[in-house]
Design a protein around this ligand. Sequence first.
Ligand SMILES: NC(=O)c1ccc[n+]([C@@H]2O[C@H](COP(=O)([O-])OP(=O)(O)OC[C@H]3O[C@@H](n4cnc5c(N)ncnc54)[C@H](O)[C@@H]3O)[C@@H](O)[C@H]2O)c1
Ligand SMILES: O=C(O)C(=O)C[C@@H](O)[C@H](O)[C@H](O)COP(=O)(O)O
Ligand SMILES: [Zn+2]
Length: 367
Amino acid sequence: MRTVQVELGDRSYPIYIGEGLLERAGELFALHEISRKSKLLIVTDDHIAPHYLALLEDRLQAEGYQTKAHVVPGGEASKSLQVYEEVMTTAIQAGLDRSSTVVALGGGVVGDLAGFVAATYMRGIDFVQIPTTILAHDSSVGGKVAVNHPLAKNMIGAFHQPKLVLYDLNTLLTLPPREVRSGLAEVVKHGLIWDEAFAGWCDEHAAELLALNLPALGYALERGCSIKAQVVSGDERENGQRAILNLGHTIGHALEAVGGYGTLLHGEAISIGMVGSAMLAVGRGKPADILPRTKSLLEKFELPTAIPEGWEDEAILSAMMHDKKFREDQMVFVLPDRIGKVNIVKDMTVAEVKDVLGRLREEKQHV
Ligand SMILES: NC(=O)c1ccc[n+]([C@@H]2O[C@H](COP(=O)([O-])OP(=O)(O)OC[C@H]3O[C@@H](n4cnc5c(N)ncnc54)[C@H](O)[C@@H]3O)[C@@H](O)[C@H]2O)c1
Ligand SMILES: O=C(O)C(=O)C[C@@H](O)[C@H](O)[C@H](O)COP(=O)(O)O
Ligand SMILES: [Zn+2]
């Protein structure tokens, strides 16, 4: 088992990564003093539940925990205020109290939704993340929890850290191939923002990662989680440097909203956004090799690098203006300095962005 510790000044929590951790859930909950006094609410989705919910409930109940499950429809549309209210109703009807814990068994959708329930139920109760997607190495760590508004991604949310993250690599074996690719986009992002050697390692091991080779995935997810933990440790509430985790997201989030949530998967949208960021950076004088290297790395993971046909500039720009990163009339972009290092740039002009949207439309379509 690999362990990454997230240090947050006066608090810290572990991320356990390994095979067979679902079987050990009861023991690990007890070790980390997750309260048995009141019910655990497990939030999951209808693609994950048939595979893993019974096992998790069984292992927790064997250790003396009482559980209640709420299953939402799989997919991005469940990150909504309506589904949030439905989960809240279950929590109230099940009699959860302030010593209860919400458990997210799933990908980033379930994690963000359940985390927002945990952050707001009785003004905040404990929370455990059990990620089941590759992408969730990013979403289960760092405490950003949210639901979407139709006009903008993650617009309604909070910062609420989990007490514990249990990452059972075996759960990844049932992921659909498109979700595997989407999740690997955030793994690549962690290399691009922080660690050129890790970006190179991803390039060399792309075939193993796409084929769900568990030792390779274990290393990649440990490295991704530890880069994320380091960034979040220095700036938990995104007053500055944490924003580097948003590489590709200014364009990516706008594409997710404009296309209708779930049309482009999150990792696909930020893949296109990361190519856009490389174009913007090179346009501002950064080394020209950033663009071909970024593109070829993403193409190795069979990720899209083009904006789908028919998605209009005006709609994309308008979605960008609703983003949390739009402040004082400025669009904030994270741009590469080189592979492995990025900068936060606040003075991007609409003309520069429009030019790049045009070029992204001309890229080869992959999805
Ligand atoms: N909070 C953060 O810091 C953060 C970071 C990155 C992304 N996110 C958010 O995460 C979300 C995307 O997360 P995601 O890509 O995990 O999507 P997801 O949660 O929708 O999961 C992807 C799909 O795979 C299915 N699935 C999940 N695990 C499975 C398994 N083990 N076997 C079979 N099917 C499985 C799900 O039902 C879903 O259909 C987006 O909403 C994004 O904004 C949040
Ligand atoms: O944890 C962060 O900080 C990130 O930016 C990670 C991103 O990958 C993630 O998609 C996050 O939800 C985006 O945050 P937002 O504040 O831009 O909604
Ligand atoms: Zn993201």
